[in-house]
Each structure stands twice: as structure tokens, then as C-alpha cells.
Write a protein that binds this ligand. Structure first.
Ligand code: ITT
Length: 193
């Protein structure tokens, strides 16, 4: 069975493929020949996830799901939030992460969370799933795995940043994994109907 995941992000694709391994063959935008950078003009994760999933339904007539996610830092009024991919003005993980660290200099409240909202378009209906992981922002980046803000995010209850964890470890606790868990149980439930 195949499931379309409306993303251009290779890291997201890998994480999600790993989670759906036994159930679905996951096709991303590249795999279905879509080279558009789908405009994310919404003001919430849910709106942006829905814009991405709806684009595929409209142009490719395929059911699909999309993930919109980001880092919310308490001391920065929940920024970068929906602007996570281009916080520094450009799509550059290193520059974005550096900007967060700069803004957090001298800040004692280091609480943050990662949030993912997934929009699943099925038979013209939109279903939303959310995953959140709480943690703190490191003073300096550590680790080389993962992507985005992983080197500066330490999930609560752990001493290591997401970038110091294997994909399997991150997939046991991450915001994306939690949202995917909801999506997977929804898909399983639906099959019984
Ligand atoms: P698609 O829209 O094509 O899926 P994207 O990278 O543009 O890919 P988003 O619009 O959802 O994805 O932006 C999310 C940004 O938030 C992403 O570029 C990272 O900088 C950050 N981010 C999201 N999930 C993350 C994770 O698990 N670890 C680290 N950073 C993450």
C-alpha cells in the first residue's frame, strides 16, 4: 500500500518512513513528481499542514497527509513557531539555530517545545493530529544527527539533544512520532469500518 506524504524535507521523510515501515510505502512530493514549494501562508501549524495536503489533493487527486512543525520557545513568545524553517530570513538550519541561540543569550528560562500538526486528507475530509514534546534549549549545539533545531533541543527526562540520538531513539519520543502515532491508530481504526 502507498501513502503520499506532502513534504520536500528528506529528514521528515526518513523519520516517517521509519515509523510506517511495516504498513505503508511512503511517497513524498519528489516521488510523485511535484517540484512546487507549496506556499505556507497560514497563521497556524494546522492551516499550513492543510495547505500542503490540499495542494496534493487538488493537483494530483490523491489522498495524502502533510506535516507542519516547528520549535516554540517560551522566552521568545513561542517563536520561531510557524516561522521555524526560515527564522533567520533564509531556509538555512544552521543560521536559524544560531539566531535562536543569540536571542536566548543570558536567558534563564530555557523551556521550549517541538510541535507537529499532521493534516490527513481522505475522501475530501481533513483530519488533524498533533504531537508535542517538551524540553529545554541548550547553550551550545551538540550532536550531528537529525536536522533543524535538533542540536539545541534536549527533551525533558533526557541528557542528550535530539541530534545526539539515533533516528530510532528520536522516533520513540518526538513530536512527529507522537502525531504519527495518532495518525496510524486512526488509519487502523478506519480499516475496520
Ligand atoms: P515541508 O514543508 O516540505 O514538509 P519544511 O522543512 O519546510 O518541509 P516545515 O514548514 O514544517 O517543514 O518547517 C519546519 C521547520 O521546523 C524545519 O525546517 C526545521 O527547521 C524545524 N523542525 C521541524 N521538525 C523538526 C525536528 O524534528 N527537529 C528539528 N527541527 C525541526
Amino acid at each position: 500500500r502507498e501513502l503520499v506524504f506532502a513534504t520536500n524535507n528528506q529528514h521528515k521523510t526518513q523519520e516517517v518512513r521509519n515509523l510506517l515501515l511495516n504498513d505503508y510505502n511512503v511517497l513524498n512530493l519528489n516521488d510523485i513528481g511535484c517540484t512546487t514549494d507549496i506556499p505556507e501562508t497560514g497563521s497556524t501549524f494546522a492551516e499550513n499542514a492543510t495547505l500542503k495536503s490540499s495542494y496534493v489533493v487538488e493537483h494530483y487527486h490523491m489522498d495524502c497527509f502533510a506535516d507542519d512543525s516547528g520549535l516554540e520557545v517560551e522566552a521568545l513568545n513561542q517563536e520561531p513557531g510557524i516561522f521555524s524553517a526560515r527564522y533567520s530570513g533564509v531556509r538555512d538550519d544552521q543560521a536559524n539555530l544560531t539566531l535562536v541561540l543569540q536571542k536566548m543569550e543570558g536567558q534563564t528560562n530555557r523551556k521550549a517545545r517541538f510541535r507537529t500538526v499532521i493534516s490527513l486528507m481522505r475522501g475530501g475530509e481533513n483530519f488533524l493530529f498533533e504531537g508535542i514534546v517538551n524540553g529545554t534549549i541548550r547553550e551550545t549545539p551538540t550532536g550531528a544527527q537529525g536536522f533543524g533545531y535538533d542540536p539545541i533541543f534536549v527533551p525533558d527526562g533526557y541528557d542528550h539533544s535530539f541530534a545526539e540520538m539515533s533516528m530510532e531513539q528520536k522516533n520513540r519520543i518526538s513530536h512527529r512520532a507522537l502525531a504519527m502515532k495518532e495518525l496510524i491508530s486512526f488509519l487502523k481504526e478506519q480499516k475496520q469500518v
